[in-house]
Design a protein. Structure first.
Length: 366
């Protein structure tokens, strides 16, 4: 059975949306009501607002609250323990095993949960270097999470979309929870990675960072075999080609330093170092906003007030719709997601030569 596409012709013809020939039936999703394929920011905003997933800020960004989870939930992340990849995984507190049977049980729950619902599909890529690029698909029950994927990953061309076949797929349903006693999870929240099936399941958490980090964990697994070192760092390059990378935990200033307007931004969080230089994994930025000011970080501040950006867990005045970056009532981990192409000094290629400077940021938020 062919996967349904958007039902209104205007969505397809006026916006140039084309579903991949590799339909949702390949993921077991035969029974969704409507699938919206590769919508751009404006229609995704419309859907998110109509569905009451969030609100608009005074300046046209979209703001969402993620409820219980305002950050990643590492204790709820599991990797499927199966024969073909078992020997490649460093099992422990970070990579916790889950059985194939339990994964399949949650997967079937996910398919049943999404049956009869609208779903949003984004076909994207991870990795600016074409020689090390991963084709990914994100399928979500919320429009704003689909926009997050569009912001954070690299967009294929229209021609590529028509024949697009994902190498990894993320199925995400925040309103679906697992049964720990039956499914082998720690709680109702789950992030399940199946390397053999090239499938990731995310449920019980609306925090958007789970989407990007689940894909980057795949890049961490795949890249070393391709001779690439995956790095949690930001990067920029000067006029003379003097690339620099900045390592540090969350909140240490990676995004701020890489956004230096006198240099070209490569990326703010995840990169690879290969034989021909460094390259960004992402197509967007996901910056922390706590105590953000225009004086200290003008580029990030301005992008918090730009159409297409997603504001996450930041306090907003309900009348004026002004954002308050100093109020941490929702979370210390307020975030903004935006397309890196909106950064005036961003690299068009997302690549640079081998770094001449490596900066270790050791004064962290703790």
């Amino acid at each position: 059975m062919a996967s349904p596409i958007v039902t209104r012709e205007t969505d397809v013809e006026n916006l140039g949306v084309r579903p991949s020939r590799y339909g949702l039936a390949n993921h077991g999703l035969d029974g969704v009501e409507t699938a919206y394929w590769n919508l751009s920011a404006a229609p995704l905003f419309e859907h998110a607002l109509q569905r009451r997933e969030g609100q608009l800020t005074k300046h046209g960004a979209f703001i969402a609250l993620t409820g219980e989870h305002t950050g990643r939930s590492p204790n709820d992340r599991f990797v499927v323990d199966e024969a073909t990849t078992r020997g490649d995984i460093w099992w422990g507190d970070v990579n916790r095993p889950i059985t194939e049977e339990n994964f399949e049980r949650v997967y079937q729950k996910m398919l049943k949960h999404l049956a009869g619902k609208e779903v949003f599909v984004q076909d994207c890529c991870c990795g600016a270097n074409p020689n090390h690029r991963l084709r990914i698909r994100q399928i979500s029950e919320n429009a704003w999470h689909n926009l997050f994927a569009r912001n954070m990953f690299i967009q294929p061309s229209d021609e590529e979309l028509e024949t697009f076949e994902p190498e990894f797929t993320v199925l995400q349903a925040p309103s679906l929870t697992a049964d720990p006693s039956a499914d082998g999870t720690t709680s109702g929240t789950f992030i399940l990675v199946n390397l053999a099936k090239r499938l990731i399941l995310v449920g019980g958490s609306a925090y958007a960072g789970e989407i990007k980090k689940s894909i980057f964990s795949i890049m961490n697994y795949l890249m070393p075999a391709q001779g690439v070192l995956p790095m949690h760092c930001s990067a920029n390059v000067g006029p003379a080609g003097d690339a620099a990378i900045f390592f540090g935990l969350s909140g240490t200033g990676k995004t701020t330093l890489s956004a230096d307007s006198s240099r070209t931004l490569i990326g703010d969080d995840e990169h690879g170092w290969g034989a021909d230089g460094i390259f960004n994994f992402e197509g967007g930025c996901y910056a922390k906003t706590i105590n953000l000011t225009h004086e200290a970080e003008p580029e990030i501040y301005d992008l918090c007030h730009t159409f297409g950006s997603i504001i996450e867990n930041v306090v907003m005045n309900p009348v004026s719709r002004e954002l308050d970056f100093f109020d941490s009532a929702h979370s210390e981990n307020g975030r903004v997601s935006y397309d890196i192409a909106k950064v005036s000094n961003a690299s068009a290629t997302g690549m640079a030569g081998h770094p001449k400077n490596i900066v270790m940021l050791t004064c962290d938020a703790f």
